[in-house]
Design a protein around this ligand. Structure first.
Ligand code: NAD
Length: 480
């Protein structure tokens, strides 16, 4: 066992929460060996029984929702209502994937030959290496582990170093729900150490990773030597389009929730607002007024709207983008500074007169900063929205049904909202992004099953003789 440790801190007070083992390659080796051994039995447990464990897990999450929410406000700084939402997402996912234990549908199809039966079935892949970020510290592990487990895989989880206690509680509850020993292992510690060892381990055929684009590239490279399956959910630079016919108050509600919720630390955060010039001045003043009224403070207070960001490095990064925006010639309308005192707080920040190519409109800031980009038409808005490397979420506020449908078709993102902000996914639709937000896979919904299973095609010949496909059944060509 690792003897080195690392600490987890409360981002709003700096209080030490606890110390955790800093797992190294030897710990990963042991965890993978246990998960590999457990897989031999787990893959044979009937899927409905695996699903039943997830139902019990969902019930335990419901039982502990208040306590886990409180812990999330302490360990990660998410405000109370949002912390409850994070846990609810895990509850929803556990119930949804629990039900999948009685589906996991394959296909049957007629054979081209007589007395022959054909079907495809989903097979588990083996030991899943799951690497998760801190910003949805209960929901994202659930998004990965629930489908992985119901499909018959075992898992080694490497959670983010900023939220180890929440991850530990998550795994403890899975065991309380009846998950057999060994099926889920947890290794704490750092990405370059425990994370990379997991990605490189020969007995881990599949990696599911959520985090930044840069780490996603490193994970892909490290996994390439063994041609592993790699499932990536990476960053975003999501845009809300506000057209001249929009309900502006509704649009401002959507921007405030999507840009400043979770202090902007969501992959789906609206860090760009593309606004038709006819309503630009009006939207700008309404947004600034709302941003300046937001209550920043202790995340466990009921009326707090913006809690801390995760750590000192995050404050520095967010502030560096404020400087970048100013130097690029954008107009800082409000915010742009750290809140003095304890904890890692940053004011909601709005830049105006932003050009689509500026760095503040191109790069993921992951903080409460948004950039207003004026445009003259719907076509310009779509072009600006698509003019980035990422493709996670997008939204349009308009009352014009034709524009709404064109936006659904033309915005190059895995998720598009109409008359709602860029955030608010539900567990039963696929979640993920186009372009460099990922590598074509999707989390959640039925799509997650494709990540955590391999298709096997099965042919059963009951004719009692050799039947050759593509040869014995070919009729003579029709006369010309
Ligand atoms: P991060 O990439 O820094 O870390 C994510 C995880 O990867 C952590 O557990 C970390 O320890 C591990 N890691 C780091 N280096 C590694 C390496 N070389 N090998 C293996 N593992 C390694 O990201 P973060 O700061 O924790 O999270 C924020 C990022 O996550 C943002 O870019 C955000 O957009 C993204 N995110 C994406 C989604 C999505 O579904 N698309 C959801 C949430 C967050």
């Amino acid at each position: 066992m690792a003897t080195a440790t690392f600490d987890s801190y409360n981002p709003s007070t700096g209080e030490l929460i606890d110390s955790f083992p800093r797992s190294d390659a030897a710990d990963v080796e042991r965890a993978v060996a246990s998960a590999r051994a457990a897989w031999e039995d787990w893959r044979l447990v009937p899927a409905p029984q695996r699903g039943n464990i997830l139902f019990r897990f969902a019930q335990l999450l419901e039982r502990d929702k208040a306590g886990l929410s409180e812990l999330m406000t302490r360990e990660m700084g998410k405000v109370k209502a949002e912390a409850g939402g994070d846990i609810q997402e895990a509850i929803d996912m556990s119930y949804y994937m629990g039900g999948e234990g009685r589906r996991l549908f394959g296909q049957t199809t007629p054979s081209e030959l007589p007395d022959k039966f054909m079907m495809s079935v989903r097979m588990p892949v083996g030991v899943v290496g799951a690497i998760t970020p801190w910003n949805f510290p209960i929901a994202i592990p659930a998004w990965k582990l629930c489908p992985a487990l119901v499909c018959g895989n075992t898992v080694v989880l490497k959670p983010a170093e900023d939220t180890p206690l929440l991850a530990q509680r998550f795994v403890d509850l899975l065991h309380e729900a009846g998950l057999p020993e060994g099926v889920v292992q947890i290794v704490h510690g750092f990405g370059e150490e425990a994370g990379e060892a997991l990605v490189r381990h020969p007995d881990v055929p599949i990696i599911t990773f959520t985090g930044s684009r840069e780490t996603g590239v490193a994970v892909t490279k490290a996994a390439a030597d063994r041609l592993k399956h790699v499932h990536l959910e990476l960053g975003g630079k999501n845009a809300i389009i506000v057209m001249d016919d929009a309900d502006l108050d509704l649009a401002v509600d959507g921007v405030v929730w999507s840009a400043f919720g979770t202090a902007g630390q969501r992959c789906t955060a609206a860090s760009r607002v593309i606004v038709h010039e006819a309503v630009y001045a009006q939207l700008q003043s309404k947004l600034v007024e709302r941003a300046e009224r937001m209550k920043i403070g202790d995340p466990w207070e009921d009326d707090t709207e913006i809690g801390p960001v995760i750590n000192e490095a995050a404050v520095d990064k967010i502030h560096s983008y404020t400087e970048i925006g100013k130097n690029e010639g954008a107009t800082l309308l409000t915010g742009g500074e750290r809140v003095e005192g304890n904890g890692f707080y940053y004011r909601p920040t709005v830049f105006a007169d932003v050009e689509p190519q500026m760095r503040i409109a191109q790069e993921e800031i992951f903080g409460p900063t948004t950039a207003l980009i004026p445009v003259k038409s719907f076509e310009d808005a779509v072009q600006a929205a698509n003019g980035i490397r990422y493709g996670l979420s997008s939204s349009i506020f308009t009352r014009d049904v034709n524009k709404a449908f064109r936006a659904m078709r033309d915005l190059q993102t895995g998720i598009t909202y109409i008359n709602a902000g860029t955030t608010g996914a539900e567990v039963h639709l696929p979640f993920g992004g186009m372009k460099e937000t990922g590598n074509g896979h999707r989390e959640a919904g039925q799509a997650a099953l494709d990540v955590f299973t391999e298709w096997k095609s099965i042919y059963v010949d009951y004719s009692g003789k050799l039947q050759r496909a593509q040869i014995d059944n070919v009729e003579s060509p029709a006369p010309r």
